[in-house]
Design a protein around this ligand. Structure first.
Ligand code: MG
Ligand code: ZN
Length: 218
């Protein structure tokens, strides 16, 4: 596991670098997810569950983006997958050049799926292409059903919505059907999955879809 801390430097155009990342991913036949959410919605737990579920079926690597600490990369590395931590030192989103740097620490030819966990933030990560094939937005039931309406950009640019912590539905003020409708009103093409990392519900369905999509992209 590697940790890299990056100083903000040359202001290269993000989209230009994202394009270079995308070409590199295509060259290595790599399917890349950019996972975004508010802090605490369960991105890293979903990654852990996904890694366990896909173990032996497909080779994975993870890039973790955090403002501080390498706690998340440690959690993922513990499961035996290559993991690189990007510490942004206060930066509230990942940029394509940070991902480009992190890629130097991964043997791309051995990997089929790369999961990038973005910094927990539903605002600016929507505006920074990292070169990924798709954005996956995670929202937990504890956040309420109106979140897609409050942060429409993120839901607009995402291809997949994971509604996480569904085991907590009896205890929280969240109407999951309303949440689903709100998200689809912003982006009717969203693929929606319901998951719980505590009970494991929905993880298999999500992983089967991911595996299928990796081999036969639409
Ligand atoms: Mg995390
Ligand atoms: Zn930001």
């Amino acid at each position: 596991m590697s940790v890299i801390t990056i100083e903000r430097k040359i202001l290269e155009k993000n989209d230009e670098v994202a394009g270079r990342n995308r070409a590199l991913f295509a060259e290595h036949d790599l399917f890349v997810l950019n996972v975004v959410s508010s802090p605490g919605s369960g991105k890293t737990s979903i990654l852990e569950r996904t890694i366990e579920q896909l173990r032996g079926k497909v080779s994975l690597a993870v890039i973790e983006g955090d403002v501080q600490t390498d706690i998340d990369a440690q959690r993922v590395a513990r499961l035996g997958v290559p993991a690189v931590q990007i510490v942004t030192r206060g930066g509230c989103h990942l940029e394509a050049n940070l991902v480009h740097e992190a890629l130097k620490n991964i043997e791309l030819q051995n990997i089929r799926i790369l999961i990038i966990e973005n910094v927990g933030n539903l605002v600016c990560p929507a505006n920074y292409d990292l070169g990924e094939a798709m954005k996956v937005v995670v929202i937990s039931t504890t956040e309420g059903d109106d979140k897609p309406l409050k942060y429409p950009n993120m839901f607009c640019f995402a291809s997949v919505l994971l509604i996480n912590k569904i085991d907590l539905l009896p205890y929280v003020n969240c109407n999951i059907e309303q949440l689903r409708l709100n998200a689809l009103s912003i982006n009717p093409n969203l693929r929606v999955f319901e998951t719980s990392c505590t009970t494991g519900v929905g993880i298999q369905t999500w992983c089967e879809w991911l595996l299928q999509h990796t081999t036969h992209p639409e």
